[in-house]
Structure formats: C-alpha cells, structure tokens
Design a protein around this ligand. Structure first.
Ligand code: PMV
Length: 364
C-alpha cells in the first residue's frame, strides 16, 4: 500500500440503513498529455489540464448495508446509465472497487447501485471515464467523510479523492478540482505526486481562468484502439524516453507561460503536445491513427484563421478524432461565428459542445 497522510484509515461509524448520495464531476482536457504508465496507474510523465464545466457525469450512489453474516469478500454493485442496466461496465468498475478496497475497506460492507448520466452525448468520443471515475470517487469520499468520527481536512479529502479516481482511470485524478490540475512528479512542482493530482493555485494569469473549450465532434463512433492499449504500446515504443523527457520539459515551460500569459507560446506548446500524443500512436507497434480527415481539415483551418485574424485560438486533441478549440473568453464573440460557419460543417451532424474551464466535483 502506498504511504501518504490521507491513506490513514479514518474511524467510521457505518450506517445501519440504506441511503444515497449524488455528485457531479467534469471531464478535463490535458494541455501537457499523460501517455504511458507503469503498473498501478503511475504516470511516466507529469501532466497538466484544464478542468471543464459542462461535460459532466452525474452519479447517484445508493447503498444498502449487507448483513454481516453474508460474509462477502468483494463489493457487490449494479450499474445503470441513463436508467438502463449496463452490465458491460461492470468489469472496469469491479477492478476499481478491488483497487480501492485497501484504502476503503468498508466498501465491501454494502450492496451498491450506481446510476450515472452524462451531459454529453453517449458515444460522442468524449471520454466519460475521467468524469465517471471522478464522480464515483467523489461520491465514496463524501460518504466516508460523513461517516467519519473526526472531521476530514479539505486537502486530505481532495488528495484521497484524486488518488481513488486515478485507480479507475489515470486522467480522472485531474477532474476533482479546478481550474487547472497537475498530476505526476515534477521538479518544478514541490507538491507534485504520481499518486494524485493537485490544483495549480498560484501564478496563473487570469486570462486562463475562464478559458473556453469548444469541442468539435468530428467522429462520434467508438474508438478503434482503447486508451489502455495505447498506454501499453508506450512500453516498447522507440520514442518513449524522448517523449517522457519532452513532456517534463513542456510542463516546466507551460508553468512559465501560465504565469506570464504569453498566448502565442501557449498555442505553440499546446498544439505540439496534441500532435505528439498522436505521433506516439502513429509510430507505435502496431501503429494506428485516431484522427480523421476532418480532424486535419479543422487543424488546417485553425492555423490559417489564427494567422489571418490574429486571434489566440489553438487546438488540442484527446485520444480520439474530436478537436478541442481553446481560446480566451474575451475572444468568443469573434471566434464563435467563425466556428459556426467554417467548422461546424466538418462535425458529425454539425455538432459541437461549448465548454469552459471549471471547478471540479460538486455534491448535489
Ligand atoms: O485516463 P486514461 O487512462 O484514459 O488516459 C487518457 C490520456 C489522455 O486523455 C489521452 C491524455 C491525458 O492526459 O488526459
């Protein structure tokens, strides 16, 4: 078991009757990407992300105390998405429960029902694992805090929530608070850890605090290669060492950019990170391409528009074909009509999502 102050098990008074809790957690978009991990969801490099505010998972977690004599060894649960039973999600959630049990042994004392709903369209290519596992971890932590005999310190609470979320999906560690989160050890961030993410709280130019992220839904199909497979392909990747070093350097540079507010530098760095992530996929063995022709068409248009209209607009990509457009809120009036006219025809069904930087988990 990893050692950290928040992993000391609190003394709890468990309820004798059934109950529930509802929380929402947002997705996040990495500026410096996490791609490649060691056993136990330990990242190979540090990453940093904007926490979003509109792409959310809302989860109601209901519990019924199990009769002790039943003597279950593992947590029992049912999963529902939009009110429909989804047994296909059970293996991933089972693994999550197994991984968190050493840090929350009480989870096996209950029968669980997980009801989730995403605000973004299902199969839109927006990863629901980050928001989904952050919501689940947050719900469990709210329960633990409410049953604890001693009050739980806020910082310990967020560290442990992020730690648990990480065990479901690495990037979920960065969906707990906002507006910017860093995760993974880095010499420039004395509080950084591979075990959990923390909010970047100092030296951020205010321009980044209400940044826009317009998500262009280029391809709403299932991803052809999962993130798990992608991360694993970094193990024998010919450029892995250089990539991990580059990410650490880029993170250090990004910290300067975030405090100095140089938007040209920001655009250059964020786009390099996005294309490097996809370059890793395109040069792994086996290689694969997640971008679609319209992804490239959009990238081309973004770069031309930035030059001709002189706007600080840039793109980033997740592990998929959709394009995230990042720009300061005070440019929205100029940029939105252009997105409507020029880019929405390149999206499936003309669809895009208007999101922006946000604050993370909420208890509802
Ligand atoms: O959280 P995972 O294991 O699905 O990894 C996703 C990693 C990227 O979204 C591609 C990049 C990142 O840092 O979020």
């Amino acid at each position: 078991m990893a050692s950290a102050p928040f992993l000391t098990l609190p003394e709890l008074e468990l309820p004798q009757s059934a109950g529930s809790i509802t929380v929402s957690a947002p997705s996040n978009i990495a500026l410096v990407k996490y791609w490649g991990k060691s056993k136990g969801q330990i990242p190979k490099n540090a990453s940093i992300s904007f926490t979003l505010s509109h792409c959310l998972t809302r989860t109601t977690l209901s519990y019924t105390p199990l009769i002790l004599s039943k003597g279950v060894a593992a947590p029992e649960f049912d999963v529902f998405v939009d009110g429909k039973s989804k047994p296909e999600f059970a293996p991933k959630i089972f693994t999550f429960f197994e991984r968190i049990t050493p840090y929350m042994p009480w989870v096996s004392s209950f029968q669980w029902r997980i009801d989730t709903k995403n605000t973004f369209p299902h199969g839109s290519g927006i990863a629901s694992s980050a928001s989904g596992f952050a919501a689940l971890a947050g719900a469990l932590m709210h329960l633990e805090a409410s049953w604890s005999r001693q009050p739980i310190d806020q910082e310990l609470w967020t560290d442990k929530t992020s730690f648990l979320a990480r065990l479901g999906s690495g990037s979920a560690a960065r969906s707990v608070i906002g507006p910017l989160m860093y995760w993974g050890q880095h010499p420039a961030l004395s509080q950084s850890s591979d075990l959990y993410a923390r909010a970047l709280s100092q030296n951020i130019d205010p321009i980044f605090l209400d940044y826009k992220d317009t998500i262009l839904l280029v391809d709403q199909g299932e991803k052809e290669v999962s993130s798990t497979v992608g991360h694993n392909l970094m193990h024998d990747h010919p450029f892995a060492t250089q990539r991990f070093e580059q990410a650490q350097d880029n993170l250090a540079r990004l910290l300067d950019i975030l405090s100095g507010g140089d938007l040209d530098e920001f655009c250059a760095l964020v786009e390099t990170e996005a294309l490097t992530l996809h370059a890793m996929m395109m040069t792994s063995n086996p290689s694969y391409v997640l971008m679609k022709p319209n992804t490239l068409a959009i990238i081309d248009k973004v770069r031309k528009f930035r030059r001709t209209a002189n706007v600080p607009l840039c793109f980033t990509l997740d592990a998929g074909a959709n394009v995230h457009l990042l720009y300061p809120a005070n440019f929205a009036q100029q940029i939105m009509p252009w997105i409507q006219q020029e880019l929405s025809p390149l999206c499936q069904g003309g669809q895009f999502i208007e999101d922006q930087v946000g604050q993370g988990l909420k208890k509802l």
